[in-house]
Design a binder for this molecule. Sequence first.
Ligand code: ADP
Length: 503
Amino acid sequence: MSDLSIELTAPNGHKYTQPLGLFIGGEFVKSSNGQKLTTINPTDESEITSVYAATADDVDAAVKAARKAFKDPSWRDMAPTDRGNLMIKLSDLVAAHAETLATIETWDNGKPYSVALAEDVGEVQNTLRYYGGYADKIHGQVIDTGAAKFAYTIKEPLGVCGQIIPWNYPLAMAAWKLGPALACGNTVVIKAAEQTPLSILYLATLIKEAGFPPGVVNILNGFGREAGAAIASHLDIDKVAFTGSTSTGKEIMKSAAINMKNITLETGGKSPLLVFEDADLDQAVKWAHIGIMSNQGQICTATSRILVQESVYSSFIADFKKHVKEVSIVGDPFAESTFQGPQVTKGQYERVLSYVQAGKDEGATLASGGEAFTSVGPSGKGFFITPTVFTDVKPSMKIYQEEVFGPFVVIASFKTEEEALEMANDTTYGLGSAIFTQDITRAHRVAKRIEAGMVWINSSNDSDFRIPFGGVKQSGIGRELGEAGLAGYCNIKAVHVNMGTRL
Ligand code: ADP
């Protein structure tokens, strides 16, 4: 082991070299005061390793490297097609290293390996390739104002972008942020969540191998209050993009005001899933399960409030409970049969259990799950929780209003479409939403009135890298993914040319 990397063997026997440093100016370095953070395997609570954790001085060094790279002709003047090709090369490298990346993600985060490989790493490949394709298709306009003037616009990169990502999809969130930023020609200082620092460092080695000029992408690990806060308040960062909790998003907005940074925020949610009596109940049950129980329920768009029309309420609950029992196999995330691994940290695990208690205290019915489940593997340890279903939940209850971020769903009933909409919109959030009905006019009528950034009709959490993603109300500002995602990473400069001798 050198100070900056370590040979590791993951629980599935996969051996690889894990970088441990901060990736600044194209090199791995130690933190300025030598501080590290330790990451824990949520499956058995063992320490995986410790990585260097950035101080405010390290953030400053990363910003300097990013600013230098932004001004350097090797990046600034690179043909957009070449920039796109670098991103596509990175996508290919991610594909070539998919098993290592998925192994790290499962070990550090606890998500099932099959999901990490097919979905998370697949999403990284797709997103980088998609935005790589956009790099030479980001055009301005010519605006005809008459013969006296020639006017046109240029889409320019913003400059140095700070990006702060969460622990639920470490690699995919990195790709969502890096893709549009790099396609537009920005440089980046990105910070991973302290709970899941490992996979992004491996991605750094691929960024280097792809041949990005040094300093174009700088990758930091570090604590939110220290490194994250230093990014949000840095005077030489032009934009901050954040995915995480609503409370942290608000703090970042305040810090970003210091130099009026451009901001994109993707924050919390308590997304409703509406089941009308004319729905295909079998489909509704299956999608409702995917919408809340995937990724251990640690999804910002999780459809965590299921609202069911009174006439089908009991049958939906019976079928849903049966389906959860059959499909939500909790266990070792490296085992093929596992649908649900551990919660990411002890803190999250305890948080979910505290909501189980709150639901009981408030008088909701615990229809299934809600138990700590620590018997996976010989250690008898791990942050596992059985999939939790509360029924007879009222909109006034805490478990109806607050984001739990776990395998935890509340089910309530409604009588009419109007009441369904009222209940669905009775939240400070507005991220995802889902509607199950066979009536196409109802589907579009409800889609129009629901207060959310995204609506799935007869599905849930069926997101796609080509389609805009983001929220309204306290679920965020701006959009990621799709063509819309580019808007958050470029300025429009207007150029006015006097074509004659006016004045
Ligand atoms: P959670 O509570 O689920 O861990 P957070 O919103 O706190 O979610 O964390 C998401 C990301 O924001 C992480 O990378 C974290 O380090 C970072 N972060 C946390 N607090 C701050 C802060 N005050 N300023 C900037 N970044 C922060």
